[in-house]
Design a protein around this ligand. Structure first.
Ligand code: ZN
Length: 582
C-alpha cells in the first residue's frame, strides 16, 4: 500500500497550482469579469454555465452542480483516483509527493510490475491461439475476434509452470511474479502458476494498464468457476471495475453506466453495442465502487438476476449507494427474468432488447419502497409503522439534498394516517432527476460566518481560542470551529484547499454551496462583518447558558458554582456589548 499523502502537502500543492491553467489545458476558457467561463465539460449545454474562480481556486457549474478544486477537476475530467490526480498535478509543477507511513518506495518501482503483468497478458493471448479447446469455447460463447482482441482475452495453459518458465527467468522476476499474484505456493514451498486451464480476462486500471486477472474454467465440473488475482500492490478489488477502461475508450461522455455481475456479461454487452457495461470483481458493490461509478456517470443501472441471490445482491448494492446519492445522481435497478443473465439475454434479444429492458429499470426510490413493503401489510397501521421503522435508518444515510427530501416525503405519503389505500396500488414513480439546486439555503448567523470564512480563509486569524461561542448549541457550530481550526493552523490557505479538507465529509456539498457566495466590496468591510458575526455568536452563547441556568433554577435549584455563574452572566448582560440576534 502506498502511504497516505499528508494534508499539508495537498495545501501546498493547491497553493502552487493555478486552477485556471489546469482547466485551460483541457477546456478553453473565456474571461468573464473576475472569473473564467466555458461550456461545461461535465454536461451537455449550449451556453456556458461553468465558472472557474482564480481567487477561490475552484470551479463550479451552475448547470449540473459539478464543483471543486484543481484536484477534483482532474479526478472528474480524467476519471482519476485522488492519489493519481495529486500525482499528476504535483508533476505539472515539479513537486514530489511525500508519503506518510506505508510504502516509501518511489512509484517507479511499480513499472516493473506493470510491465510483467502486460507480458503475462501477452503470453495468455498467445496461448489462446494455440488452444483449440479454448478457441472453440470462445466461439460457442459467441465472442468474435475483435472482442477477444479488445478485451485481451487469453488462455492459461494446463501444467504447473507455463507462465513461470517464460516470465520467471531470474530471481527478481520470480519475485515480481509472486508480488503480482501470479504464483501459488505449495505446502512444501514450491511455487507454481496460480492460473491453469482457464480463460483469462485481464483487469485493467483507469489508464489501460493490466493490474490483475480473472480466470474462468471451461467446463462446469472444474472449480472454482472463477478465480481472481489476490490483492496486490496494484490491485484492490473493492476499488476496481472490470471493463471500465473499455467503457472509457468507447465513450467520450458518459451519461450512464451499467453494472453487471460477471466478466462474460460485461463483454457480451460491449460486443452487442452496449458499451457502458462494467462488472464488479466477484464482490458485492462497495461504497468505493459506488463513488467511482457516480464519479464517472450521473446514472448508474445495477443489473441483477431475478432470482433470490440476485435480489439480495441488489439490496446490498442499494445499501452501498445510499450514502452516495447526492443530487444529480440516479441509481436504477434492473432485474432480468429468472434463469437469464445479460450474456444469454443479449444473445437472444440483442443489444436493443437489453436497452429496452434497461429503460424500464426501477428507480432507486421505487425499488426501495417496493422491497421494504414486500413483507409488511401497509393497509394496517402496524404495517405502516413497521415500514417507517425499516425505512428511517436507511434514509438517514442519504446525504442532504432534494433527493433525500423526496424520499422522506414519499415515506410520509406511504405511512401517513390519511392514506389507507396504498396497500395494493403500485408505487408511484418518483421524479427521476432532481435538478441541481443553486439556491442558497436560509442564511443563519452560523452559515454566514462559514460563508465569509470560506470566501476569505485569512479571516480565521480574527478568532481567538478558546472560541467564545464554542459551547453554543446550534447547527453548524462544530463545523465552523473545525474550519477555523484548519484555517488557523495553515495561514495563507485558499478556499479550494480549505474545502479539500472536507471533501470526504457529508458536509462537503453544503460547504461548496456556501463557498459560492460572493461578498462584493472591500476586504476590510468583510473583516468587520465577520468579527461582528463572531461577537453575536458569543452573545448567543451567553444567552443560551443564561436561559439554561434560569430554567434550572425555576425547576429545581442551583448549586453555589452555578449561582455565581448566573450572577456573573447577568452582570455581563447588563453591559451592552452588542445586540444579540436570536
Ligand atoms: Zn455542468
Amino acid at each position: 500500500m502506498p502511504g497516505l499523502i499528508p494534508e499539508r502537502f495537498i495545501d501546498e500543492l493547491l497553493a502552487r497550482v493555478d486552477i485556471v491553467d489546469v482547466v485551460q489545458r483541457h477546456v478553453p476558457l473565456k474571461r468573464a469579469g473576475r472569473e473564467w467561463t466555458a461550456r461545461c465539460p461535465f454536461h451537455d449545454e449550449r451556453s456556458p454555465s461553468f465558472y472557474v474562480s482564480p481567487s477561490k481556486q475552484f470551479f463550479h457549474c451552475f448547470g449540473c452542480g459539478a464543483h471543486g478544486s484543481a484536484i477534483k477537476f482532474l479526478m472528474d475530467y480524467e476519471h482519476l483516483e485522488f492519489p493519481d490526480a495529486v500525482e499528476e498535478l504535483a508533476q505539472s509543477v515539479g513537486l514530489k509527493v511525500p508519503r506518510e507511513g506505508g510504502d516509501q518506495r518511489p512509484r517507479e518501482d511499480k513499472t516493473d510490475l506493470y510491465a510483467l503483468l502486460d507480458a503475462a497478458a501477452r503470453f495468455y493471448q498467445n496461448e489462446l491461439n494455440k488452444s483449440d479447446n479454448a478457441r472453440a469455447y470462445c466461439e460457442q460463447r459467441g465472442l468474435d475476434a475483435a472482442t477477444i482482441e479488445h478485451f485481451r482475452i487469453g488462455w492459461a495453459p494446463a501444467g504447473w509452470d507455463g507462465l513461470k518458465r517464460v516470465l520467471g527467468t531470474n530471481e527478481y522476476r520470480l519475485k515480481l511474479l509472486e508480488q503480482a499474484g501470479m504464483l501459488s505456493t505449495a505446502e512444501r514451498g514450491n511455487k507454481y502458476d496460480r492460473f491453469r486451464e482457464r480463460l483469462m480476462f485481464p483487469i485493467m486500471d483507469r489508464r489501460g494498464r493490466v493490474i490483475a486477472f480473472g480466470g474462468r474454467v471451461l467446463s462446469s465440473d472444474q472449480s472454482p468457476k472463477y478465480l481472481n488475482s489476490p490483492e496486490t500492490p496494484l490491485f484492490h478489488k473493492g476499488r476496481e471495475l472490470f471493463a471500465f477502461w473499455q467503457v472509457r475508450q468507447a465513450n467520450t461522455k458518459l451519461e450512464r453506466l451499467i453494472v453487471v455481475e460477471g466478466y462474460m456479461d460485461a463483454i457480451a454487452l460491449h460486443q452487442a453495442g452496449v458499451t457502458q457495461a462494467v462488472a464488479t470483481l466477484g464482490t458485492a458493490t462497495t461504497h468505493e465502487h459506488a463513488e467511482l461509478l457516480f464519479r464517472a456517470a450521473p446514472d448508474v443501472v445495477f443489473c441483477f438476476d431475478g432470482d433470490r441471490a440476485g435480489r439480495s445482491a441488489a439490496w446490498r448494492a442499494l445499501e452501498s449507494v445510499l450514502p452516495r446519492m447526492r443530487d444529480g445522481r440516479q441509481a436504477f435497478f434492473l432485474f432480468l427474468p429468472e434463469g437469464e443473465d445479460p450474456d444469454t439475454l443479449v444473445r437472444s434479444e440483442g443489444g436493443a432488447g437489453f436497452e429496452a429492458r434497461a429503460a424500464q429499470a426501477l428507480p432507486l426510490s421505487e425499488y426501495f419502497y417496493s422491497e421494504l413493503s414486500r413483507d409488511v401489510n401497509v393497509a394496517t397501521i402496524d404495517g405502516r409503522a413497521r415500514l417507517a421503522e425499516h425505512a428511517k435508518p436507511l434514509l438517514a444515510k442519504l446525504p442532504d439534498g432534494a433527493f433525500r427530501d423526496l424520499m422522506y416525503a414519499e415515506l410520509e405519503k406511504r405511512t401517513g394516517l390519511n392514506t389507507g389505500t396504498t396497500a395494493s396500488t403500485a408505487p408511484t414513480r418518483a421524479p427521476t432527476r432532481t435538478p441541481a439546486t443553486n439556491h442558497t439555503p436560509r442564511r443563519t448567523l452560523v452559515r454566514s460566518a462559514i460563508a465569509m470564512l470560506l470566501a476569505e480563509p485569512s479571516l480565521a486569524s480574527e478568532a481567538q481560542t478558546p472560541y467564545a461561542f464554542g459551547a453554543l448549541d446550534k447547527p453548524g457550530v462544530p463545523l465552523l470551529i473545525e474550519l477555523l481550526d484548519v484555517a488557523r493552523a495553515r495561514p495563507g490557505i485558499n478556499t479550494a484547499a480549505l474545502l479539500e479538507h472536507f471533501a470526504q465529509r457529508e458536509e462537503s456539498a453544503a460547504l461548496q454551496k456556501l463557498a459560492m457566495i460572493e461578498f462584493p466590496g472591500e476586504r476590510e468591510a468583510l473583516r468587520a462583518e465577520f468579527v461582528d458575526a463572531l461577537r453575536k455568536l458569543a452573545d448567543q452563547t451567553v444567552q443560551q447558558r443564561l436561559d439554561a441556568l434560569i430554567r434550572k433554577q425555576a425547576k429545581s435549584s442551583l448549586d453555589e458554582i452555578e449561582k455565581s455563574e448566573l450572577r456573573e452572566l447577568l452582570a455581563r448582560k447588563a453591559q451592552p456589548v452588542s445586540s444579540a440576534e436570536s
